[in-house]
Design a protein around this ligand. Structure first.
Ligand SMILES: Nc1ncnc2c1ncn2[C@@H]1O[C@H](COP(=O)(O)OP(=O)(O)OP(=O)(O)O)[C@@H](O)[C@H]1O
Ligand SMILES: [Mg+2]
Length: 266
């Protein structure tokens, strides 16, 4: 079982496809253990590509270090033990129950030392996300939101040092969005996990994350705490919207969009 105490460092990272480099020479400030970072940006900016590059699932050049560990030099099974990933699109037809899928995810990690441990971790994680009553249901008979929660539970249960979540709240109602963000924040702090989460809801990102990376198709537009990263100028240049950024009575960032400045296409 890994307890993260080390920094994640991303230097000169490039990630892309045969004919298109999407992430070009990206260097980021180190990610500290126990922190929750949002990755936001318009459609097609490259958020999923960056996340897959960080997860070791997309060919990447440059360097990704977890402490002294040079992640890009590791074989994928070992890489995946350190870095957990939840994809944006979830598999539709999986003939396993939620509980069986949890045990299967745990078998491929080093997070559990015995079958009894694995069973305990599986149920404890489902309970933590409020879906213990789904344990014996088939994954293929769940609603979209339920399936998203089950997939998140698998990623969390494996206790990676770095947890990468691609739009984990996109199918969730208001209460579940906040429940998930709260659980991810709390677990991250308990375990020292470095968590990076792709979100489209900027207010949700600002409410729960201490750091926001704003990715535009031209590269990184901001990397700072929410109040500094999210400004009308950034929203205009990155999303092409005219927006007001205000702070609620509790100090959280709120975004009101008044109009589209220019249509950026996709
Ligand atoms: N398998 C692929 N082969 C070639 N190009 C791809 C592939 N997947 C994505 N792209 C392209 O890479 C660019 C970035 O896509 P990516 O999926 O990373 O965007 P995103 O920021 O996650 O967008 P969204 O918010 O819509 O999920 C887009 O122009 C997309 O068309
Ligand atoms: Mg995406």
């Amino acid at each position: 079982m890994t307890q993260t105490t080390q920094l994640l460092k991303v230097s000169n990272l490039s990630v892309g496809y045969a004919k298109r480099k999407v992430i070009d020479d990206l260097t980021l400030a180190p990610f500290e253990p126990g922190t929750l970072t949002a990755l936001v940006g318009p459609n097609a900016a490259g958020k999923s590509t960056l996340l897959r590059g960080l997860a070791g699932l997309q060919r990447a050049t440059g360097a990704i270090h977890l402490g002294d560990l040079d992640l890009l030099r590791l074989p994928l099974p070992e890489y995946s033990r350190h870095v957990g990933y939840m994809p944006q699109s979830l598999p539709q037809r999986v003939a396993l129950t939620v509980y069986e899928a949890m045990l299967s995810a745990l078998r491929t990690s080093h997070g559990s030392s015995s079958p009894a441990d694995a069973r305990h971790i599986a149920m404890a994680t489902l309970e933590r996300l409020g879906i213990a009553d789904l344990a014996m249901r088939g994954l293929d008979e769940l609603s979209g939101g339920q399936r998203q929660l089950a997939s998140l539970a698998q990623a969390i249960a494996r206790r990676p040092s770095v947890l990468l979540l691609d739009e984990p709240t996109s199918a969730l109602d208001l209460a579940h969005q906040h429940r998930v963000m709260s659980a991810v924040q709390e677990l991250g702090r308990e375990r020292g996990t470095i968590t990076i989460v792709v979100l489209h809801d900027i207010a949700l990102a600002a409410r729960w994350c201490e750091r926001i990376l704003v990715l535009s198709p031209r590269g990184l537009a901001a990397d700072a705490e929410p109040k500094i990263a999210i400004t009308p100028d950034t929203l205009a240049s990155v999303y092409g919207v005219q927006a007001r950024v205000e702070h609620c009575s509790r100090g959280f960032v709120q975004v009101m969009v008044d109009g589209i400045v220019c249509d950026r296409g996709i």
